[in-house]
Design a binder for this molecule. Structure first.
Ligand SMILES: [Zn+2]
Length: 103
């Protein structure tokens, strides 16, 4: 099971791939991913059993390409997304945002 980079077409094992995930965007339910080979940055949605790739459109994220990852699971936490597969867990922390001058 290998997961591709859409920019350079390198393929990664899940462990290498998910370790390169960072900055979980809880509002949009997306994780950022930077390719360890070519440095391309992408955003994707982790779904049960698959990864969803796509494009932002009208403030939403439309999934247009899916890569099946059998057994993939996800769990939203307060400040991170936990991705699990084959008893391994990768924790993707949320991007730390400054509270916009709340009061
Ligand atoms: Zn790449």
């Amino acid at each position: 099971m290998l997961i591709p980079c859409f920019a350079c077409e390198s393929r990664f094992r899940p462990d290498e791939y998910f370790r390169a995930c960072h900055d979980y965007n809880r509002g949009k339910d997306l994780v950022a991913w930077t390719c360890p080979r070519c440095g391309n940055q992408d955003e994707l949605r982790v779904l049960p059993g698959e990864l969803g790739f796509g494009y932002p459109r009208r403030g939403r994220f439309d999934v247009s390409d899916r890569v099946r990852v059998p057994g993939l699971r996800r769990q939203r936490q307060d400040l991170r997304l936990d991705i699990s597969l084959d008893r391994k867990v990768w924790r993707v922390p949320s991007r730390l945002r400054q509270l916009a001058g709340a009061h």
